[in-house]
Structure formats: C-alpha cells, structure tokens
Design a protein around this ligand. Structure first.
Ligand code: UD1
Length: 421
C-alpha cells in the first residue's frame, strides 16, 4: 500500500485549483440512470470513489466516456442489470444512491445493504421509509434491499433526521413519480442544490432545494443535460486548514466560498486572514493559531467532514478548544494518531477537549478514514521532522492529487509507492 512521507516545517505559498465536489459528483453520476439520453458533465474529480461509481454503473450497462479536463459523458440507454452488488457497495456506502433512480425508472432494484463503516453505524432506514411511502414494496433478502413498484406515487415524507444521501435518493426517485412529493426535514447541503439543478436541467420539476422543504412534481420522463459539478468545499477547507497550521499564504481558484460560511468563520476565529470573491479564496496565516471550539451540525452549520482537519489545526493552537461531534458516533479515530504526534486530546463521548501544544513531532501514523487522513496530512505539515502516513488509500477516495497540489505550494510531501515503501 502507498504511504505519504511529509517533512514538516515548510510554509505554504502559491495557488491551488479546487476540484469538483466528490459528494456532488457521486449522486450526479447516479442521476444518469434516470434517462436514456446522454448526460454531459464537467468538473468531475478523478477519485477512487468516482471510479467505483463508474464501475457500479458500468456493470448495470451504463456507458461512460472520459474527455479532457475532467469532462465526461454517461448514457444509460441500455441498462440490463438492476443490481448493486455487495462487492462494490461495501467499498463505498454512497452506492445506495442507485436505489431511488433504478426504482423510479425501471420499477425494480436490488441493492446490497452497506453494513457498518468506520465512523459509525450509518443505517439507510430513512431511504427505505421514504420509498415505501411512495408505494414501493421493499424487502430485505440475503443482505440486499429488494425493491419493486409499478410506478412510484408522490408522497409527503418527513425523515426522522436530516440525511444527505437520503434526501438525494428520495429527490431523484420523486422526479419520475406520479404526482407531488414533499420532502420535509430535507438536508440543505450545497451538493443537494447542485443535484437538483442538474435534475431540473433534465426536465425535473423541483423547487425548494437548499431549504428544508423540497417539493418535487413528478414527470413522465427526463432527458439529457449538461452540467458542471460544484467545487469541493471540503477539499478547499482542508487546504485552508493546512495553511492555518503550517503558516503562509495560498490562493484557491475555482472555489465556492459562498458554500463555506461556517468553515471560513472558524478559520478567521483561529486567526487566519481570509479574503474571497465569487470563485476564489485567499487564506493567510502568519502566527500561531488561536484555539477554536466548534460543534458539527447539518448545513449550514459546521460540517462533520471538516471536524478532523480543524481539530488538527487546534492541536498546535494557543489555548484549549472544545469540539462536539453531533453527526456520527465514532468519528474521533484520528485522535489516537494525532496523540502519537504529541497532541493532547481528551475524548468524553461526543466531546473532544484539545489542549494546544507548541509543536507536534513527526512519526509513523495510520490513516483510518478519509477525513481522518486529511487531518494527519495537516498535522504532518506543521510537525517537526518526518511523518509517514500509512493506508493512504482512504485519502485517494476523496482528494484528487492531494500531494501534488500541496507540493505545488511548497510542502515537502511525497508518495512512497508500494514497492518503494
Ligand atoms: C453524507 C456525506 C458524508 C457526510 C455526511 C454528513 C455523501 C456521499 N456523503 O453521508 O461525507 O459526512 O453526509 O454530512 O454525500 N442516518 C440514519 N438513517 C438513514 C440515514 C442516515 O440513521 O437512513 C443517520 C446517520 O447514521 C448519521 C446521520 O443520519 O448519523 C446523517 O447521515 P447522512 O446525512 O445520511 O450521511 P450520508 O448521506 O451517508
């Protein structure tokens, strides 16, 4: 397995181009199942999770063609297999996003249950509850969700909690249902807005996306469309935390600062200077960060996907930060690894108390999930000496060429390939 070797201490300086958002691209790729026409996409990031989704769609019969500059086309004119097998779903939970589109267009689907994952239980009961409310007959057989419906019917659905992929699955299913669907307690994430905008370009009739009540008037069929994926707010936030911890000044191009309010506010609180226009962000840090506590919550609150990275910044801050993780029950696995680098962190249930130390020291650490890996990179950039991060396949799931991008702004970071490692 590849590893990363980081020699800490370099200040960061220069420009980075932000990639398209993984969490917007995944449902958007699955939305191609809703029509027999071609969907043309731009700004699709090259990531392992995108590769997994294309394999999943490919084994169903969806054709995909890559073009230059992260553009691609998908066509689901000849779908033969209405199934998402365990082998693919177990590597990527977001595979559940094919359930709504398959059921809506073809009237049946067989999708493996994802099972547990490192950061928590993550059930899909709300996806199932919503589809049942729309008239689907759903059974769990041999670890698979087996769903059937002659035609989905519009329904009024209130999910028990705010769920991002749940909202996306139900919104996609409702586009082809008969009549009106109202999703109450809907997630408001920018990735949901991006998906809804694509669906509307395909002929769907969705309004209220970006609020907690989404109204979808079903149509008989959808058609092809072109769309550019929204910039990745988590990737951008990760690079800003890196400059916050290592010091320096970076300019992020192709960014979407208006989707990053909670993250930018916290970085300013930590002492960074942040400037931005519509599609760029400049982040500067020339001193030790200030401790900055936060609580994760649904958008527009502070994203759970930025918790580990802002915690890494806090490990070297002046003062003590109280962090509360409200979305996932087991999302502190980076704490043990950060502690091995000299961080002082106490965990009590959902709360982490981070006492900032003057300096971290490099050592060998292990990546445990995607954002935990990013926090170790940030810690490594700020630490003295060498940090080796093992199991970086987690990082490759969600960050496009991360080490190249960081090297281009002066970080001393290199990938040790499996044979050299
Ligand atoms: C998405 C994001 C992930 C992010 C998370 C929270 C994608 C591909 N992934 O994950 O990066 O960390 O939102 O912002 O977009 N829940 C249930 N039953 C359900 C659905 C969810 O109990 O049927 C619970 C989950 O266990 C969790 C909470 O609801 O505690 C929120 O999860 P959810 O928003 O669904 O996360 P994902 O959509 O899986």
């Amino acid at each position: 397995m590849d590893k990363l070797l980081i020699t800490g201490g370099n200040r960061l300086s220069g420009e980075i181009s932000v990639s398209g958002a993984k969490n917007a691209a995944l449902p958007i790729l699955c939305a191609s199942l809703l029509t027999a026409d071609t969907i043309a996409l731009r700004n699709v990031p090259h990531l392992n999770d995108i590769g997994t989704t294309l394999r999943l769609l490919g084994q169903m019969g969806v054709s995909s063609e890559h073009h230059a500059d992260n553009a691609m086309e998908l066509c689901a004119a000849h779908v033969e297999k209405l199934e998402a097998p365990y082998e693919l779903v177990k590597t990527m939970r977001a595979s559940i996003l094919v359930l709504g589109p398959l059921l809506a267009r073809f009237g049946e689907a067989r999708v493996s249950l994802p099972g547990g994952c490192a950061i928590g239980q993550r059930p899909v009961d709300q996806h199932i509850k919503g589809l049942e409310a729309m008239g689907a007959d759903i059974r769990i057989e041999h670890g698979y969700v087996v769903a059937k419906a002659t035609r989905l019917q519009g329904a009024s659905i209130r999910t028990d909690m705010v769920t991002v992929t749940g909202t996306e699955n139900l919104m996609m299913a409702a586009t082809l249902a008969k009549g009106r669907t109202t999703l109450e307690n809907a997630a408001r994430e920018p990735e949901i807005v991006d998906l809804a905008e694509l669906l509307n370009k395909m002929g769907a009739r969705i309004k209220g996306h970006g609020t907690d009540q989404i109204i979808i008037d079903g149509v008989d069929s959808l058609h092809g469309a072109e769309h550019s994926v929204v910039p990745d707010r988590i990737e951008a936030g990760t690079f800003l935390c890196a400059v916050g911890a290592a010091g320096g000044e970076i300019m992020l191009r192709n960014a979407a600062p208006l989707t990053m309010g909670a993250t930018l506010d916290k970085l300013i609180e930590a002492g960074m200077t942040i400037e931005h226009g519509d599609d760029w962000i400049r982040g500067m840090m020339n001193k030790r960060p200030r401790a900055t506590g936060f609580r994760t919550s649904e958008y527009p609150g502070f994203p759970t996907d930025m918790q580990a990275q802002l915690m890494a910044l806090n490990t070297i801050a002046d003062g003590t930060a109280i962090i509360v993780e409200n979305i996932f029950e087991n999302r502190y696995m980076h704490v043990q690894e950060l502690s091995r680098m000299g961080a002082q962190i106490d965990i009590d249930g959902h709360t982490a108390v981070v006492l900032g130390v003057g300096q971290l020291s490099g050592t060998t650490v292990m990546a445990t999930d995607l954002r935990a890996s990013a926090s170790l990179v940030i810690a490594g950039l700020a630490a003295c000496g060498d940090t080796i991060i093992e199991r970086i396949y987690h990082l490759d799931r969600g960050y496009e060429r991360m080490e190249e991008k960081l090297r281009s702004v002066g970080a001393n970071i290199q990938r040790l390939k499996r044979e050299a490692a």
